[in-house]
Design a protein around this ligand. Structure first.
Ligand code: NAP
Length: 267
C-alpha cells in the first residue's frame, strides 16, 4: 500500500518543503499548483530524488471543478488519499488599507484561502471515509497510523489568524476562519478515525514574503520573535511530517505553532 498525500500549492515555498519532507518518508505526493508549471516540474523532480513518487496536478483551489479534478486525478493514479495538506494560499494582490479593501480582493482571497480548502476538505473527507471503513477509531500511542493507513488532514494557517494587519484584512479573516474550520472538521471526522490539525507558520522565507523582506529583517533583528531568525519551509515540513506520520494519535483539532515563539505574550 502506497501512502498518498495531496499538497495544495506544493510547487513552491512552504508547500514544496512539505512535499520534500513527505517524500523523504516515502510518501507519494500530489504536487498541486495554479499557474507556474515550471516550479511544479522542479518540485516533482526533487520529490522523486528524495525517494517519493510525484504526480503534478494543475488546479485552482478556488474553483469547484478544479478541486474535483484534483481529487479524481489522485484517486485515478494512486487509488487512495491518506493525507490532505491545505497549504495553497495567497496574499492580497495589493496590500490596501482596511478602508480601501475591494470586494474583488476580498472574494479572491477568501475563495483561495478559505472556501476552497473547506470544500476540498469536505470532498477528500468523503473519499477518506469510504476508504477507512473498518479502522479502529483511535490507536494508542506507539501504534501510530498503522503504516500510513490512518488518514489525516493538516491545514496551513497563519499567525494572521490572531494578528491584526490592517493592510491585508481579508487575509487575516481568511486565516481566522481556517482556525474554526480546523475545529469543525476535527470534531466531525473524529468518529471516522480522521485526525485534523492546523500548523500555524510565523514569518517564513518564501516568494510570498520576498516583497517585505527588508521590513521583516529589521523586525526580527529587533527581537519580534524570541527565536531571532526567519522560518524556513523545512521548519513547517518537520511539523507536518510528524503529524502525518501519526505521532499524536490522541490529539485532534490541535494548533501547532511554528513561528519562532511569535505567539508568546511577552512583557
Ligand atoms: N510565507 C509566510 O511567511 C507564511 C506565513 C504564514 C502562513 N503562510 C501560509 O502558508 C501557505 C504557503 O505560503 P508560501 O509562503 O509558501 O506561498 P508562496 O511562496 O506564494 O507559494 C504559494 C503556493 O500556492 C500555490 N497557489 C496559490 N494560489 C493557488 C490556487 N488558487 N490554487 C492552487 N494553488 C495555488 C502556488 O502555485 P503557483 O506557483 O502555480 O501560483 C504556490 O505553489 C499559504 O497558505 C500562506 O498563507 C505563509
Amino acid at each position: 500500500m502506497q501512502k498518498t498525500a495531496i499538497v495544495t500549492g506544493g510547487s513552491r515555498g512552504i508547500g514544496r518543503g512539505i512535499c520534500l519532507g513527505l517524500a523523504a518518508q516515502s510518501w507519494a505526493v500530489v504536487v498541486n499548483y495554479r499557474g507556474n508549471a515550471d516550479a511544479a516540474q522542479e518540485a516533482a523532480a526533487l520529490v522523486e530524488q528524495a525517494g517519493g513518487q510525484a504526480l503534478i496536478v494543475q488546479a485552482d483551489i478556488g474553483l469547484t471543478g478544479d478541486r474535483e479534478r484534483l481529487v479524481q486525478a489522485t484517486l485515478d493514479r494512486f487509488g487512495r488519499i491518506d493525507l490532505l495538506v491545505n497549504n495553497a494560499g495567497m496574499a492580497p494582490r495589493l496590500r490596501a488599507d482596511l478602508l480601501e479593501t475591494s470586494e474583488e480582493s476580498y472574494d479572491e482571497v477568501m475563495a483561495v484561502n478559505l472556501k476552497g480548502p473547506f470544500f476540498l476538505t469536505q470532498r477528500v473527507a468523503q473519499a477518506m471515509i469510504a476508504q477507512s471503513r473498518g479502522i479502529a477509531p483511535s490507536p494508542t500511542v506507539g501504534e501510530g497510523w498503522g503504516g500510513g493507513t490512518r488518514p489525516a488532514i493538516i491545514n496551513i494557517g497563519s499567525i494572521s489568524a490572531y494578528t491584526a494587519s490592517v493592510n491585508r484584512g481579508e487575509y487575516c479573516i481568511s486565516k481566522a476562519g481556517m482556525g474554526m474550520m480546523t475545529a469543525l472538521f476535527a470534531d466531525r471526522l473524529a468518529s471516522h478515525a480522521i485526525n485534523v490539525y492546523e500548523v500555524r507558520p510565523g514569518i517564513i522565507e518564501t516568494d510570498m514574503t520576498s516583497g517585505v523582506k527588508a521590513k521583516y529583517d529589521a523586525l526580527i533583528g529587533d527581537g519580534l520573535t524570541p527565536i531571532r531568525r526567519w522560518g524556513q519551509p523545512a521548519d513547517i515540513a518537520a511539523a507536518v511530517v510528524a503529524l502525518a506520520e501519526g505521532s499524536f494519535p490522541f490529539s485532534t483539532g490541535e494548533i501547532f505553532n511554528v513561528d519562532g515563539g511569535f505567539h508568546l505574550r511577552r512583557l
